[in-house]
Ligand binder design. Structure first.
Ligand code: IMP
Ligand code: MG
Length: 173
């Protein structure tokens, strides 16, 4: 059996999301913004962030996996589903659930930059800066969490718990 302990509750997530959406809406009010969600983990944050935006935006989705075990990133990123848009001249905001080692985002930022977008920035709802293996500062940072494996609000453990509305720690009994 395992039990779940709430680490970050839905109310805190909601208020941080509103704050981030207000800042992003202001910063991009005169720009063509394409928000790119990193699937699957980013789906819930993307949905909440997008509906708090007060400017017109385009939405797209990318899916990638890093080789390695379930809980440790290897640094080798594989694209499983690419974005649909031609991003030439577009301002990209990558929307992530959590930055851990930073390897996935470093790869994606370099990929979009190489495809000729006007700019590429990063927004994450959760951040574990103590786990970084490469330099990766989110432009819009949500909530900093300690080095623990978390689930819920899009995040999974072996594809379970993504639908939980709070960010939780799994405790084995
Ligand atoms: P990174 O490349 O190591 O920064 O992390 C890539 C992705 O791994 C994150 O965006 C999450 O989707 C996933 N991940 C990292 N830490 C956790 C965790 O504690 N729980 C669930 N997924 C995680
Ligand atoms: Mg992710």
């Amino acid at each position: 059996m395992s039990t779940l302990k709430v680490m970050i509750g839905r109310d805190e997530i909601r208020s941080k999301t509103k704050e981030l959406a207000a800042r992003i809406s202001e910063d991009y009010k005169d720009k063509d913004l394409l928000m790119v969600c990193v699937l699957k983990g980013g789906f819930m944050f993307m949905a909440d962030l997008a509906r708090e935006m007060t400017i017109d935006v385009n939405l797209d989705f990318i899916s990638c996996s890093s080789y390695g075990s379930a809980t440790v990133s290897s640094g080798v990123v594989r694209i499983l589903k690419d974005i649909d848009y031609d991003i030439t001249g577009k301002h990209i905001l990558i929307v992530e659930d959590l930055i851990d080692t930073g390897l996935t985002l470093k790869y994606l930022k370099d990929l979009f930059a190489a495809k000729g977008c006007a700019s590429v920035k990063v927004c994450t709802i959760l951040d574990k800066p103590s786990r970084r293996r490469v330099v990766m500062e989110p432009d819009y940072e949500g909530i900093i969490i300690p080095d623990a494996f978390v689930v819920g609000y899009g995040l999974d453990y072996a594809e379970k718990y993504r639908n939980l509305p709070d960010v939780c720690i799994v405790c084995d009994d």
